[in-house]
Write a protein that binds this ligand. Structure first.
Ligand code: NI
Ligand code: MN
Length: 235
């Protein structure tokens, strides 16, 4: 780890809340319809930036209402940004391969192999490498295994959030191969057990991984860069 004082709040599925010294971030805020999340959109009263990896409902989630309530900026691909802009949401459009330096640090949009949602004009989709207080976080988004992940090794990722649930994304075996390619310091499994189609045992991922894996249990707080909170009412 490179240090820094960020706090990480994880919700089940692919939703994360990250609190740094100066900024508050949400990634893929699937909150009210998320059967494993015991928060409501109203619980988020200080959000500066929201990242959306793609337009599927379990990722765009409550982004619009939370962005409006907090006057937050949504960073997402160009097509979703246009869709949100028409709904009077503040946006910063990006696209795969692009890097931009924001007040809080650099963001690079990475490729992901998956589908898009026609109702949100979501176009191509991606993941993000987000630099917050000198820590590099890779949120893979919904993706299958891709050789492009090899390129991320050079970025020296601190934390990789990787889907392991299979069916729609990488399963455990492919996530393990993604780990070998990206070589983060720590990996956090995501996008599993929310629905019947994405059942997976994160302990198997942890046992087989050559990298440090943090599994976040129900309503647990763990220390990583500083803290990770995980809210889950079912487990
Ligand atoms: Ni998806
Ligand atoms: Mn998904």
């Amino acid at each position: 780890m490179n240090g820094g004082n960020s706090e990480y709040f994880l919700f089940r599925h692919a939703a994360f809340y990250i609190e740094s010294e100066k900024f508050f971030f949400l990634i893929d805020p699937f909150i009210s319809d998320n059967p494993l999340c015991n928060k409501t959109p109203e619980d988020f009263s200080s959000v500066d930036i929201i990242f959306i990896t793609h337009g599927h409902g379990d990722h765009i989630g409550n982004a619009i209402e939370i962005a409006k309530a907090n006057n937050a900026t949504i960073i997402t691909n160009f097509e979703i940004a246009n869709y949100l802009s028409a709904k009077q949401v503040k946006v910063h459009p990006m696209h795969v391969g692009g890097t931009t330096t924001f007040d809080f640090g650099k963001v690079k949009m990475t490729p992901a192999i998956h589908g898009s949602d026609i109702s949100t004009d979501s176009g191509i989709l991606g993941g993000f490498v987000i630099e917050i207080e000198n820590n590099k976080i890779y949120h893979a988004g919904d993706t299958g295994l891709t050789l492009d992940m090899k390129l991320l090794k050079d970025l020296q990722i601190d934390i990789a959030m990787l889907p392991i649930g299979g069916n729609f994304t990488m399963d455990i075996e492919d996530a393990l191969r993604a780990l070998k390619m990206t070589q983060p310091k720590v990996a956090i499994p995501m996008h599993y057990n929310t629905f019947d189609l994405i059942k997976a045992n994160p302990s198997v991922f942890k046992e087989k991984a050559t990298t440090d894996v943090k599994i976040i249990e129900a309503n647990e707080t763990i220390t990583l860069l500083k803290k990770i909170y995980y809210f889950n009412s079912l487990f």
